[in-house]
Design a protein around this ligand. Structure first.
Ligand code: P6P
Length: 340
């Protein structure tokens, strides 16, 4: 057998293989995903050097979210913007780090609009906890113009979504709508190789992932939901454990693979969630549903929520479908500020 046959499937090969399921595809989506892989490699290289080069700490700026911008936030954002801009596949972008829609000049404009969180979990950078990039891909609506209506649409209209986790390894997970597949970056070759094919989220909640210090501010449905799930443990058998690292993308990746329920409920004092709908909740909800899980907010499925602004926030319950349904029943019983 030739050496080449020993190598696994690369991201580009997998994306091109997916293309076969889209008759008439012109390869632009494939090119976009391949370029997202390039951006992930570039950001990974910077993340892996944090501490060795001057990228720890903040830039002194505050972003549209009112959060202190970390140096790596800015590096990741600028990298993602420039790679997508030069890809020729994108007409406009929305970034957690940018106030407004980022248009792409006509010479480089393409068929898609992309919303992304360039570096989720950045409060963990300086303590070397896993962080990541999350992205959502929509087809542009009009050939001759691009605007907010191209991206302020329910997540169900996405044609692709995924994330890159800069953890013990750099992994890229994406779906083009049929399967959720995971690729691991091989540092020696610089290639992403397929390492988990057609991921299915386990049906049972093995891990609970929630910041319980926010308990005093949660709606009334949260306590009973947690008690019902924790109640599955007994002195002889531990069925559920707590795992929460405060980095949504890393918490989600673990939960996707091992079966975990992540919850970030709204603050009942304000009725507002913390997580962003367009580039955190929607892409992960899309992956969760394709992998057999579910994702909800107070008003129903995350993917059916109509955004009103680029930086809309939402409550989020995401994980095994049966426990997302449990949370929904508890919301119906006890009420939730997002139900209106
Ligand atoms: P808290 C990171 O800033 C983030 O957006 C998510 O990655 C994470 O799950 C959440 O905030 C943590 O928020 O309020 O628990 O610190």
């Amino acid at each position: 057998m030739s050496l080449a046959a020993d190598f696994g499937v690369t991201l580009t090969q997998h994306v091109l293989g997916n293309q076969a399921h889209h008759p008439g595809a012109r390869g632009r989506f494939s090119a976009l995903l391949t370029q997202i892989g390039v951006a992930g490699k570039l950001i990974s290289a910077q993340v892996r050097r944090a501490g060795l080069i001057e990228v720890w700490g903040g830039t002194g700026e505050t972003n549209v979210q009112g959060e202190k911008v970390q140096k790596l936030d800015r590096i990741a954002n600028d990298t993602f913007v420039e790679v997508l801009r030069r890809s020729g596949c994108v007409a406009a972008m929305a970034s957690e780090e940018e106030d407004a829609l980022i248009p792409v000049e006509p010479a480089f404009s393409g068929d898609y609009v992309v919303a992304f969180d360039p570096l989720d979990g950045s409060s963990n950078i300086d303590v070397s906890v896993s962080i990541g990039t999350i992205f959502a891909i929509y087809p542009r609506r009009h050939p001759d113009r691009v605007g907010l209506d191209d991206i302020l649409r329910p997540g169900r209209e996405m044609v692709g979504a995924g994330y890159i986790v800069y953890g013990s390894a750099t992994v890229l997970v994406y779906s083009a709508g049929r399967t959720v597949d995971c690729f691991t970056l091989d540092p020696s070759s610089g290639e992403f190789f397929l390492t988990r094919r057609a991921i299915r989220m386990p049906d049972r909640t093995k891990y609970l992932s929630i910041n319980e210090c926010n308990l005093p501010y949660w709606p009334d449905w949260v306590g009973p939901t947690l008690s019902a799930i924790k109640g599955r443990n007994d002195p002889d058998v531990r069925r559920v454990s707590a795992r929460h690292i405060g980095s949504l993308v890393a918490d989600f990746h673990r939960n996707l693979l091992t079966g975990g329920l992540f919850m970030y409920p709204v603050d009942r004092r304000t009725g507002r969630g913390k997580l962003r709908l367009l580039y955190e909740c929607n892409p992960l909800a899309w992956l969760a549903e394709i992998a057999g899980g579910a994702a909800s907010w107070g008003g129903g499925a995350i993917l059916d929520r109509q955004p009103t602004g680029l930086h809309d926030r939402s409550g989020l319950v995401i994980g095994p479908a049966e426990d997302v349904a449990l949370a929904r029943r508890m919301m119906a019983t006890h009420g939730d500020p997002e139900q209106g």
